[in-house]
Design a protein. Sequence first.
Length: 251
Amino acid sequence: MTDNEAQKTLPKRPELSDPGRRTLIRRGHSVIHPDVYVFETANGTRFLVKDMHSRPLMMRWLVGRRCLRHEYRILKGLRNGKNIPQVYGMPDRDALILDFIEAAPLPPEDEPGERGLPGPEFFTRLKDVLTKLHERGVAHGDIRRKNVLWDADDQPYLIDFGTAVCRDGAFGWFRRQLFRAVRRVDDVTLLKLQHSYHPESLTEAESIRLKAVPWYLQVGRFLRKHVYRPFIKQKRWHERLERFKRRRHQE
Ligand SMILES: Nc1ncnc2c1ncn2[C@@H]1O[C@H](COP(=O)(O)OP(=O)(O)O)[C@@H](O)[C@H]1O
Ligand SMILES: [Mg+2]
């Protein structure tokens, strides 16, 4: 099937927004994040949809649509890659349709749940997935617990390629430098993740690498903590609004 034919068979709006066909996995937690849901077609096929449709138009136009388009292009370039989602297409500028993976995000280290926690060998497999991704010229850029899925066969999946960087393309030299930097960040953040579950499983070389956190990762963490969380994350605005309403009520 060609790309154009595949696009034609994808669910379209208004069907995509039909509440009877979709189950919300996660509401976008800021004005620049998509709602993520599972969409079930009439013949029972399930898709994962990342949808910006209910975000403010200005934000969609400035950021959201670009991120979805970027993720689409990256995943299209990685087609048939193992342990990453397959991409089907964009039925319109606000939605991206992917393969739905039957797996759950990693549980928090201190809340293992019924299945317990993934073992050290899970992280060895995850490192292989990341190495293959890097060899194919893509650095992920946002490795963290919620962007790693864990299936019933103990297989890891990497998802969320909205911030991924491709080694090949326009602005060659600059792009390659960026790719190298993000690849280093990927390596360190994956070791950090492994360390948070199984600190004893890191080799001596890995423990040394974990301590050499690149300065740009430190800048990223600073911005996340002091700019993104207090000012952009929507949850904070809802909390502020609720506090404000309570205070008004008490007066
Ligand atoms: N292909 C997929 N299959 C199954 N679940 C997925 C898939 N992609 C995302 N998810 C679920 O949706 C959540 C949010 O998706 P993600 O791509 O990380 O969105 P965001 O860009 O908003 O962080 C993930 O933590 C995961 O639980
Ligand atoms: Mg994510």
